[in-house]
Design a binder for this molecule. Structure first.
Ligand SMILES: N[C@@H](CCC(=O)N[C@@H](CS)C(=O)NCC(=O)O)C(=O)O
Length: 215
């Protein structure tokens, strides 16, 4: 069985949990507490698995893979159905672009280690750290909202069925709520409302994970 090293409140982990659920892939969830004892991701036994000391990490037998978008590509190749990539090549490219805005341009700017660095190394206080996070989430989700606004309205970001874009969007909106960064994003919010009714998204929610709330 696949193993997923993850943390309940990590939005990158949440993305992968959704994708696994949508693909109906059974997996063993192994919690890695990102804060306890200085962070379990930094323990030697975890570093041996993932030198980047981050979650998520997917383990398939002797194959270990970090980075949520790479994990999506692996899952898509291993279990093609249901497809989570649009058939049309331009839609597929746009879908990956949407994912990358979240995975490359937004989430890294509110990642645990970055916020810890701002706090401990640069002495940035909590209020200014929140201002930082709200700024970058707001700027990028405004852009994604505009991107969806010019497309025909569909239940999910890129059509009638979920894709990896939806796997990225819902956790990012969850993070936006956590950091008080929510603005008026009608299309993003309509899609997220639809996703939140889907069993695959529901089961992946942070609050339903075994390690939830144990901060
Ligand atoms: N680009 C990576 C980001 C992974 C990431 O940022 N993981 C965070 C949790 S969301 C983490 O492990 N943080 C631990 C740390 O910062 O020490 C991905 O998409 O998987």
């Amino acid at each position: 069985m696949l193993k997923l090293y993850n943390y309940w409140r990590s939005s990158s982990s949440y993305r992968v949990r959704i994708a696994l659920n949508l693909k109906l892939i059974q997996y063993e969830s192994i919690p890695v507490h990102l804060l306890r004892d200085g962070g379990e991701q930094h323990k030697p036994e975890y570093r041996a698995l993932n030198p980047q000391e981050m979650v998520p990490l997917l383990v398939d037998g002797d194959f270990a893979l970090g980075q949520s978008l790479a994990i999506f590509q692996y899952l898509e190749a291993q279990v093609p159905q249901p497809a989570l990539v649009p058939e049309d090549s331009r839609d597929a490219a746009r879908m990956w672009s949407f994912c990358q805005v979240i995975a490359s341009d937004v989430q890294p700017l509110h990642n645990t280690r970055l916020l810890q660095y701002l706090d401990k190394e640069l002495g940035v206080d909590e209020e200014r750290r929140k201002t930082w996070v709200r700024h970058w989430i707001g700027l990028n989700l405004d852009a994604l909202e505009q991107e969806l606004q010019v497309r025909e309205a569909t239940p999910y970001c890129f059509g009638e069925t979920p894709t990896y874009a939806d796997c990225c969007l819902v956790p990012q909106l969850y993070a936006a709520e956590r950091f008080g960064a929510v603005r008026d994003w009608p299309r993003l919010q309509a899609v997220a409302t639809r996703c939140r009714e889907h069993a695959g998204f529901i089961a992946a929610h942070p609050d339903l994970q075994v390690d939830a709330q144990k901060v």
